[in-house]
Design a protein around this ligand. Structure first.
Ligand code: 3HC
Length: 316
């Protein structure tokens, strides 16, 4: 005879478990919506890491010094590893990597809008490390406490590497800002290009966010989009001042009463356009991913043939 606890609604028991800060593991019962939300978020996160390699990858052969090349190589390799951790975390939810990759390559899956902008100068590589990885850290450190065990554990190592990424980006910007007038102008132009797209990485406003309320109830998200965006602004404005750069927001002001830097209005129509595939580099990024996948076909076939020969049945 099941006891009263066993009989109670499993959803109620699940929420009590999340409230007790117990990690949910792959074999545990979970609401289908919870599983689906995790597959959605983790796979998009993984896609973002892999597509995120592209804007920086095209500067590896053009880095100004061997030291900069080595740092950028390490960062791009880290992003590939982040993608693999996250695809593996998504697979624990019963979805195959092949299925997730086909969603990305067919254009049905999202990846972060931020990776659809061009990197015309070396300063853009600095701005990406400083701002994009800086925003990633702000958004991803709380995910180390996500209620879903595999995602939380994947994020621990990812966040340690992100902090290296942010520091190497900031150091590139510092070197440029201490350089010639032309280098200072290059750094300012990069900040002008990346400031607002970096703020959009945190998602739509809390009012417009479709998933935040449930994600926060399930303790997937620990803070709202606007809360994390505000933390990023408060951390980054003083860094820009230290660099001697101007944040491209004429409405930016410091609110003594709250202790926060208040930004001007975000152009949400730009985020909508970029998410809809109409950003400056969406086509280029998707073409590069599809081409890389096609060029890697022989590797996958060879690995599968080798595994089959050794009796390890591989998934199609
Ligand atoms: N780019 C693309 N899509 C975005 C977006 C953005 N900047 N912001 C929001 N969206 C999408 C959401 O995916 C959702 O679409 P969907 O229903 O089709 O999945 C829709 O807009 C509504 O947004 P919500 O705020 O309701 O969605 P979420 O609750 O999922 O919040 C998020 C969005 C804050 C990005 C959240 O998914 C998240 O924290 N994800 C994990 C971290 C992540 O993916 N970061 C992206 C960058 S990865 C990175 O920075 C790599 C580093 O190495 C540089």
């Amino acid at each position: 005879m099941p006891d009263a606890t066993e009989e109670r609604d499993p959803h109620v028991r699940f929420l009590e478990r999340v409230d007790r800060e117990e990690k949910v593991e792959p074999r545990d019962w979970m609401p289908e919506d919870y599983r689906r939300t995790l597959v959605r978020q983790i796979s998009q996160h993984a896609h973002s890491e892999v597509v995120g390699m592209l804007p920086e990858g095209n500067w590896i052969t053009r880095a100004p010094t061997l030291r900069r090349k080595v740092g950028l190589l390490a960062k791009v390799q880290d992003e590939a590893g982040h993608g693999l951790y996250l695809y593996s975390a998504a697979e624990t939810l019963g979805v195959s990597r092949a299925e997730l990759l086909s969603q990305l390559l067919s254009g049905t899956a999202k990846y972060s809008s931020i990776f659809n902008y061009p990197t015309p100068t070396w300063a853009d590589i600095g701005a990406i490390g400083w701002l994009v990885d800086g925003a990633a850290i702000m958004n991803q450190v709380p995910l180390c406490r996500c209620s879903y065990g595999p995602y939380a554990r994947a994020m621990v190592r990812i966040c340690k590497e992100e902090s290296f990424h942010q520091r190497q980006g900031f150091e590139i910007m510092l070197a440029l800002c201490r350089g010639t007038a032309a280098q200072q102008q290059m750094a300012q132009a990069a900040l002008d290009r990346w400031w607002w797209p970096a703020l959009m990485m945190f998602g739509p406003s809390d009012r417009a966010s479709e998933h935040s309320a449930r994600s926060m109830r399930w303790k997937i998200k620990r803070f709202s989009n606007d809360e994390l965006r505000q933390r990023f602004v408060d951390a980054t404005v003083p860094q820009a001042a230290h660099l001697g750069l101007t944040i491209p927001d004429p409405d930016l002001r410091f609110d003594e009463a709250t202790g926060h830097h208040v930004i001007g209005a975000i152009d949400w129509s730009e985020l909508e356009r970029v998410i809809a595939g109409e950003g400056p580099c969406n086509q280029e990024r998707m073409h590069a991913r599809r081409e890389a996948h096609e060029q890697g076909r022989w590797v996958r076939e060879a690995a599968r043939a080798h595994a089959d020969k050794r009796g390890h049945r591989t998934k199609p």
